[in-house]
Write a protein that binds this ligand. Sequence first.
Ligand code: NCD
Ligand code: ZN
Ligand code: ZN
Length: 363
Amino acid sequence: MKKITFRMSSDFHVHFRDGPMLKKLIYWIASVYYYAVAMGNTKPPIVSGEQVANHRSEILKGASESGLPNFQPIMTVMLVYGMTPEILEGAYQAGARVLKLIPGGASTGSNHGVVLWDLPRFYPVLQKAMKLGMIFSVHCELIVNPQTGKNILLYDQERMGIKYFDDVIKYFPELKIIFEHISSKELCQYFLDLNSKYVAAGFTAHHPYVSYFNVCNSENRIINPYLYSKPIGKFQDDINAVRRLMTSGHPRSIYGSDLAAHPSEAKENKPYAAGILNLPKIAIPDLWQNVFLFDLGPGKKTKQIFENFTSGNGLRFYNLPDYDKTMTLINKKWKTPRLVEGMKVFKGGEYLDWQIMKENMIR
Ligand code: NCD
Ligand code: ZN
Ligand code: ZN
């Protein structure tokens, strides 16, 4: 049986949630990933040092109760109205390493998020983040056109958000920024043109596949809420650009699955919740098989690029201690679970040629 051993993956973008789902999510995440960046768009959003510390200890407790005591969550704090440099510093002292922006109305749990045209009001916060060496993690979407007051079409929201970062980058050239879940050719190009060691690109486990017309009909109505995430899947040119950058070997191309579970009621009733359940034990072998092997072909170089994408690049950008823990994939067909805890899984019920060896999942 063919096997391949990698450095264990880390996931630089997950949502742990709170409440009853938390324990399960911890188990799924911590059994596959060494580090995971825990986005703070919980209800209420994570803003203060105290909230950072509580969420962190909940996650650590859950991991340890699941027999995964070595798991390391990386904590975030949300850029909401009311955020100040002092609050940010408190959050940093409590362990937050990432300042997360989900603009108001852009996605799940973004009610209090700063909209892009208000960013200048928060430059003192960005200044502080830069000083502290924190990472500014950006959900780049403009929802309402400030000129017309009208909603922007879902597939235009990401590219329309880009220009608001020109000034951020100009005024804070040494602020580390990661553009998360990149889905458009325009944002890929923007990232490449910046060519700054302070700016990174995050890619999910679903944007290499999901296109707009998998999600919406020609009247822009959502027809498949299970494939609906923000930013929404785009078009073939965009998918090609995303895949090219993911697999290019670029040193700041970073994996962040955007694992975003929602209960079925929230996925099946309007307004549909945005978010896709990228189950870690599916996402990793699927990316390996259907993105990296598929686009690059087998070989040493492919292995290296995949390994950097799913660990090394993120470790370096986030300045995290290296680890030597490995993960082995075996070339053995299996059928992915359709549901977990009653929730539909992305690529569930399909066959994959590769799987993570069971013993990797216990540490
Ligand atoms: C995420 C969620 O459900 O928390 N949803 C999503 O569609 N990606 C939030 C986010 O990352 O924007
Ligand atoms: Zn987002
Ligand atoms: Zn997310």
